[in-house]
Design a protein around this ligand. Structure first.
Ligand code: URA
Length: 309
């Protein structure tokens, strides 16, 4: 920001940048601005209230007996059974993933204006899956067994976004079903929710070889489908699991530390950033921090931890 701008102008510019980013325009600074992009956007149209009568809050078997910290300990300390190795998220980081550092191309399509009616969301998601088809758009298709589209409710109030499938997910075609997925299940239960009530997807839908971080061209090729999924589900709250998800969702290359602990706004949803469960498996001391992030999400959703009065 040039020094000559006064504080008020700087603030106004920063607010405008955030506004553009919320519209999905993360690359406008590198492309000629085309006002026609705004033609299809709503004029401060009131959003249709999302009816989620199916969400049975508090009906959680893993009811926790005494308060949030005990809840965290009980729900997150249960280590997933040994299985296939969790993805290699070794240091989560306060560092920007190396692949992203190399080529920082981050893009998001403009926000679609029309909300999809709750009854039509399943079908709308099926259309996105059909559009993906037997995808060969990026190199990741060469090593994959199954495309991992998503799991959960099309009418979820809460959506989790991870980085990309690991070996278990690649074998089963479902996100977060390996060890990291078991920990994510515990995190969801600690929030008083069932896995079927949330929606879970990844930045890339095919397993990167050796569970490496997706390359920017892979993430940018695949993430438009993720944005379409978000636009259909329109969760009230999105949780970005780890630096890769946070980077590609927010279009901001920032260390995780600078993104956690606050509520961002993204495509009509509120976004919370937290650690990736695979990282938490490697450094369980950070579970407390992750729980603090999930509590922000719960507050946004008006949820209380089970067992907490
Ligand atoms: N890690 C991810 O980021 N996504 C999955 O689906 C599984 C592990």
């Amino acid at each position: 920001m040039p020094r000559s701008l006064d504080a008020a102008t700087q603030q106004a510019l920063a607010a405008r940048l955030r506004f553009y980013r919320d519209l999905g325009l993360t690359e406008f600074y590198r492309r000629p601005f085309d006002p026609a992009q705004f033609d299809h956007l709503p004029e401060s149209q009131p959003e249709e209230p999302v009816s989620l009568s199916s969400l049975s809050l508090g009906a959680n078997d893993a009811r926790l007996d005494s308060g949030l910290d005990a809840g965290l300990a009980a729900a997150l300390a249960a280590e997933p059974e040994q299985g296939t190795a969790a993805p290699q998220i070794l240091q989560e980081t306060n560092a920007i993933p190396p692949a992203i550092q190399r080529r920082p191309t981050i893009s998001a399509p403009p926000l679609v204006s029309n909300l999809v009616a709750p009854a039509e969301r399943e079908a709308a998601l099926r259309v996105i899956r059909e559009d993906i088809g037997d995808c060969t758009r990026c190199a990741l298709h060469k090593g994959r067994n199954k495309i991992v589209f998503a799991d959960g409710s099309a009418n979820a109030r809460l959506m989790f976004v991870g980085e990309g499938p690991g070996a278990d997910e690649d074998a089963q075609g479902l996100p977060f079903v390996g060890r990291a997925g078991q920990l994510l299940n515990n995190m969801i239960a600690a929030m008083g929710l069932k896995r079927e009530e949330v929606y879970i997807a990844n930045v890339v839908k095919c397993r990167p070889p050796g569970n490496r971080t997706p390359e920017p061209e892979e993430a940018n090729t695949c993430s438009p489908f993720l944005f379409r999924q978000i636009d259909v589900v329109r969760p009230e709250v999105l949780v970005a699991l780890g630096a890769t998800a946070a980077t590609y969702l927010l279009g901001q290359r920032q260390p995780l530390a600078g993104l956690r602990g606050r509520v961002h706004s993204l495509r009509g949803s509120r976004l919370i950033v937290t650690y990736h469960p695979a990282y938490l498996l490697r450094d369980p001391r950070q579970k407390k921090e992750a729980w603090a992030d999930l509590q922000i999400a719960m507050k946004e959703l008006g949820l209380k931890a089970p067992g907490k009065v």
